[in-house]
Ligand binder design. Sequence first.
Ligand code: NAD
Ligand code: MN
Length: 367
Amino acid sequence: AKKLTIGLIPADGIGKEVIPGARQVLEALPNIGVDSPSFNFINLDAGFEYFQKNGTALSEKTLEIMKNECDGALFGAVSSPSHKVAGYSSPIVAMRKHLDLYANVRPVVSVASEKDFSQKHVDILIIRENTECLYVKQERQTTDESTGLKVAWAERKISEYASRRCGKMAFEMALGRDKFRQNIPLEKRFWKGKPKVTIVHKSNVLSITDGLWRETVRSVKENDHKYDSVDMEEQLVDSMVYRLFREPHYFDVVVAPNMYGDIISDGAAALVGSLGVVPSANVGDKFVMGEPVHGSAPDIAGQNKANPIAAIRSAGLLLEHMGFHQQALHIYNAVDEVLRRGEYLTPDLGGRATTQQVVDAVIKLIQ
Ligand code: NAD
Ligand code: MN
């Protein structure tokens, strides 16, 4: 069996509580299929707390080990203060850049629970461009000559190169999802039509930047017959949010520039109960890093009540993107079952279970 070396970077706040839970779940995976991997974990440092002690949020050593020794990684969350701290810059943004993890893949899926019939059916895959947009952090401040007051500026980058590869990933994943659904009987299938990619933009206002994004992603399908079976449509980002809240079942794959994708996916998390259940994977051509969508949640950190499901599903996504589909599915099914039973839920989902109790419940169903 293949031995996978996984870098674990819990970083700050509840990252320190949920990543060990995800690790336990990976360790508990039984042998399924001939290609079941075994794991070797390397604990790595990064984050705001690390910065306060060491003067850097991400050491060269952590990056080197990830690049040279790890097959993939699992990241927790970082606490980035809202005010400027001299010398500090978020390590997650830097890691995505250094490892060229150009797309952030965020499945937002609802699990029908016996307790909550009001829940809407959601099965959306959000693909967020991960390297540019406003997150290039080219900010500056000037003074307005007539008023003498401050003016702040931010530059936004949209490149044909990044838009194209992100768009390509969206169409590829739309095909992949469609293929996967073929295994589910039609009457149980939620999405019965052709696979669909929705391109999010605001090119009615930002015609040059979002215009380039829109045209480039469109051209991915227009120039490749491989994607003939995938429908393509567009939605302006503001009406996208409206529609997402009203008719979440309308969306299949959604592809968005970095900042819109960030905002939309936190919003979509509300549709499925909590930020604590939504995973993501930072995907590049050579490396994958799983990462829950949520942040370090300082309001609940250290209380053993953080929901570990987002982190556990992120471990599943990591396996899925490394090619271990069966093992990933095994994790997803166990998590879905825990949610469906509703016996062990953390307070964000209305329960009273601790982080460890949820981890244990998942592990019990996995073995
Ligand atoms: P957050 O995601 O940390 O928390 C938002 C709300 O959701 C909080 O009420 C929190 O308690 C709840 N929540 C989040 N995850 C949960 C979980 N697993 N279980 C139960 N409840 C959960 O967002 P925020 O409060 O806006 O940001 C806090 C810090 O996290 C900030 O410093 C921010 O910079 C950072 N952050 C980091 C990342 C990242 O590392 N990728 C992402 C977002 C925010
Ligand atoms: Mn976010």
